[in-house]
Design a protein around this ligand. Structure first.
Ligand SMILES: *Cc1c(COP(=O)(O)O)cnc(C)c1O
Length: 395
């Protein structure tokens, strides 16, 4: 994993440049008309224009595909990725590549806020309906798929944002497949280092590369990964060109550099995540700590089976809106902000920030209580992160 993250997809420029150059160009020129003819007849491959393709983007796509494909044996070479200008551009492409007017999408109840908005408000306008099963529980999911035989997508996040709920990928993939639907997994929280959904039977993986994959908070981006190269070529590639939600070459280059240290970062993130979760779990001011690494967490057993570590996202409940918001005013090292997966610790209150658009009733039904705080444990000294939370909780 560490070697793949550093070497896969790298461009070796003829100049001998050690680090790949940034192909910051909108277009690519041909030597002459013979070269144009060779390209149009498919004799040669090449870049023509940066919306359909750019070498800086290809390099990043190859690295992500290689990481998601680890463990897939001979199928590994089949895994392909396309890079988008945001996680949401990637998610919309994946869903548009799988569902058409008249089709149905089944999802878990709690989803990343904008993914929820896309499925419940945008796609419905194009004739794509949806329904929710709280945690995609197997029996309820089977019933839902029987009720909606036009379902082409089962869409899930595990661990889920922001509740840290865990869903069994393999079990869900089996049920989806038996009913002719594809399983799409948002793997943003875990990253391919901790979880590779394609190995567990998922058809498509989506990422917000904005988070751990870039890891340094400098870029917004996304990726679609699948192990059906024909589907990628026939359904996703046309959306890259046709919708055009592509990132700049510079953003791809920055993300690619960040991705090289992902295995190293995730190991440290997981170690610190565990230490902070243990600290919160025993603190008298904390009503509940949701972290799959804790042995009594309801997702612990499934997470242990399908993940190679528990990561650094933690949700914890302080019992009331006031207690949660007071904590956010008192932390000093942890920064109050909505993103996650960066080298520095970020903390936020879903009920007033990321999930403010979700109605209080829906929030309650999804487990997003008023006292819930979401913490993205960074790579600072873990004793400093714990000391910061300790002083804020004491006050
Ligand atoms: C941030 C995030 C997204 C959306 O990604 P953007 O890059 O912000 O568009 C989707 N899913 C999850 C789980 C996220 O955390």
């Amino acid at each position: 994993m560490a070697t793949t993250a550093i070497h896969a997809g790298e461009i070796h420029d003829p100049s001998g440049a050690h680090i790949a150059p940034i192909f910051q160009t909108s277009t690519f020129t041909f030597e002459d008309m013979d070269a144009v003819q060779a390209w149009t007849s498919g004799e040669t491959e090449g870049y023509v224009y940066t919306r359909p393709g750019n070498p800086s983007r290809t390099a990043l796509a190859r690295k992500i595909a290689a990481l998601e494909g680890i463990g897939m044996g001979d199928d590994r070479e089949q895994v392909k990725a396309e890079i988008f200008g945001s996680g949401m551009a990637a998610i919309s492409a994946a869903l548009m590549g799988l569902a058409k007017a008249g089709n149905h999408i089944v999802t878990q109840r709690v989803l990343y806020g904008s993914a929820d908005g896309l499925i419940s408000n945008v796609l419905t306008g194009y004739g794509i309906t949806n329904s929710r099963i709280p945690g995609l529980e197997p029996e309820a999911l089977e019933r839902e798929l029987e009720t909606h035989p036009n379902t082409t997508v089962v869409y899930m996040e595990t661990p889920a944002n922001p509740t840290m709920r865990i869903i069994d990928i393999e079990r869900t993939a089996e049920i989806a497949r038996a009913h002719g639907a594809a399983l799409v997994v948002d793997n943003t929280f875990a990253t391919p280092v901790l979880q590779r959904p394609l190995e567990h039977g998922a058809d498509v993986v989506v990422h917000s590369t904005t988070k751990y994959i870039n890891g340094h908070g400098t870029v917004v981006g996304g990726a679609v990964v699948a192990h059906d190269p024909e589907w990628m070529a026939d359904r996703i590639k046309p959306l890259v060109g046709g919708i055009g939600g592509v990132p700049s070459p510079f953003d791809c280059w920055l993300t690619n550099i960040g991705l090289k240290t992902l295995p190293l970062r995730m190991a440290r993130h997981s170690e610190s995540g565990m230490a902070v979760a243990r600290f919160l779990d025993q603190h008298s001011a904390v009503v509940a700590t949701h972290y799959p690494g804790l042995p009594d967490d309801p997702g612990h057993e499934v997470a242990t089976r399908q993940m190679d570590g528990y990561g650094a996202m933690i949700a914890f409940d302080l019992g009331s809106y006031d207690a949660a918001t007071r904590l956010l005013d008192r932390v000093q090292l942890a920064k109050l902000g909505v993103s996650l997966g960066n080298v520095d610790t970020l903390i936020q209150h879903p009920a007033s920030l990321t999930h403010r658009m979700v109605s209080p009733e829906e929030r309650a039904a999804s487990g997003i209580t008023d006292g819930l705080v979401r913490l993205s444990v960074g790579l600072e000294g873990v004793e400093d992160i714990i000391a910061d939370l300790d002083q804020a909780l004491a006050r």
